[in-house]
Design a protein. Structure first.
Length: 436
């Protein structure tokens, strides 16, 4: 009988530490047979106490390999040429990748078969095995990084007097059933690899930077720091109505809050590109990676339909009372601009989602003389004539009839509403105006 090693056969003369690597490699690939008591050249060395050897390997597998692999291993004493050897029959496991517990889900802990030997798996191979086992939901997959701390998240839970221990982490699916951190855990950890980049520009284009910064760490830490960064630049401007002083923020605070939470909760974290927040003199733009969830349209979103890409992350934010159970964020953003004459814009592509919040105190042509046509009529006067003829009018229709921009039309309507000349009725797409 010719005995030699192959892709699914390995010989060891005695039990050594490398036995773990061979077993892991077989379990991560197509299975295989490990013989204890046979040298590399095929020479059989008699095993004096096969039961003790099998027990030693069994304890090694139980204590040093994760996830639990015991059910996929069969031990048998075989006789070859009148001598005893121990056969360790390893099947392919169902919770790949298997790894050395002390090393974690890294190449130095995960092994695969390459030819006649076992070798460290690449990060790409590890991710592929995780995806095949855990599915396509990023937040539910096991994290490649397992040395995680949660100082920022624990602090956020403590602020709200909510317990945050191992039991809660399991319930929230920050850890898997075998105690391994998931990608949700990575997102909430102080070691989170995903960032938010912010930039402040001079004017309305990206031609000149005033400031830029990248926020790192736990998503909850980024959330607090980014909000403070925007809030510091979200100035208050005052106007007067006779003796009454009216203070108005550049951007409604509710809109900033909801746009930031939307960027965090609905982002596609399978991509490593940073989320972007750009602050201009006339607007703020929030750009998150990942377009709309398949099957959902922008019209669906505007109607309040919400299909969450990261359900477990959303659940954490819900527990912290940062968001509500249903998709009300976009509606809150739109409501925050109700009656201002301007409307937030949403743009989508296959891989990105952008929310544009106009600056209420920096509308184009604010304070400029009203445009007049050849007959001397102003846009405001022509709008009033339209209202007399039609009874009611929507802003979009007024823009088209008068040939003016959205912002200019919004400013005229707001001026007429504030002055008591016309009134605004309805909400959202049904908003219309009529003479008082």
């Amino acid at each position: 009988m010719i005995r030699r090693e192959s892709e699914n056969t390995e010989f060891k003369m005695i039990v050594v530490d490398d036995v773990k690597k061979e077993i892991i490699a077989f379990a991560n690939c197509d299975g295989g047979k490990l013989y204890i008591g046979i040298q590399n050249d095929g020479t059989v060395v008699d095993v004096a106490d096969p039961d003790s050897v099998a027990l030693q390997i069994s304890n090694m597998v139980r204590d040093a390999i994760k996830p639990d692999l015991t059910m996929f291993i069969h031990y048998e004493t075989v006789e070859i040429e009148g001598k005893q050897a121990v056969l360790v029959d390893v099947q392919q496991g169902t919770e790949r990748p298997y790894y050395i517990a002390k090393k974690g889900l890294r190449p130095e802990g995960v092994y695969v078969r390459q030819g006649y030997s076992s070798a460290p798996a690449t990060n790409t191979a590890i991710r592929r095995m995780i995806k095949e086992t855990d599915g396509d939901h990023f937040e539910e997959m096991r994290s490649l990084e397992q040395k995680l701390t949660f100082d920022a998240t624990a602090n956020e839970f403590a602020k709200r007097n909510i317990a945050f221990g191992s039991a809660q982490m399991r319930t929230l699916e920050i850890t898997s059933r075998d105690g391994v951190y998931t990608n949700l855990g990575l997102l909430l950890s102080d070691q989170c690899v995903h960032t938010i980049k912010t930039a402040v520009f001079e004017g309305t284009t990206q031609s000149e930077f005033k400031d830029r910064r990248e926020f790192t760490g736990s998503l909850l830490k980024q959330m607090n720091e980014v909000y403070e960064y925007i809030d510091f630049r979200n100035q208050i401007h005052s106007t007067f109505d006779k003796l009454r002083r009216i203070d108005k923020r550049d951007i409604p605070e509710v809109a900033v809050r909801e746009a930031l939470l939307n960027l965090l909760v609905h982002r596609e974290y399978a991509f490593r590109a940073s989320a972007l927040i750009s602050i201009y003199t006339d607007r703020i733009e929030f750009v998150s990676i990942g377009g709309l969830v398949s099957g959902v349209t922008l019209n669906d979103v505007m109607m309040g339909i919400s299909v969450c890409r990261n359900a477990n992350l959303a659940n954490v934010f819900y527990r912290l009372e940062l968001i509500e159970a249903y998709g009300t964020g976009i509606r809150k953003i739109m409501d925050a601009y109700e009656g201002t004459g301007v409307t937030p814009q949403i743009e989508t592509s296959d891989n990105a989602f952008k929310i544009i919040l106009p600056n209420l105190n920096a509308q184009p042509n604010a304070g400029a003389a009203e445009r007049r046509d050849d007959s001397g009529d102003t846009d405001e006067g022509k709008l009033l004539l339209l209202l007399k003829e039609q009874g009611t009018i929507k802003r979009k229709d007024a823009e088209e009839e008068l040939g003016i921009s959205r912002s200019v039309c919004g400013r005229i309507l707001k001026k007429l509403v504030d002055g008591g000349t016309i009134i605004q009725e309805g909400k959202g797409k049904n908003t219309h105006y009529r003479l008082l």
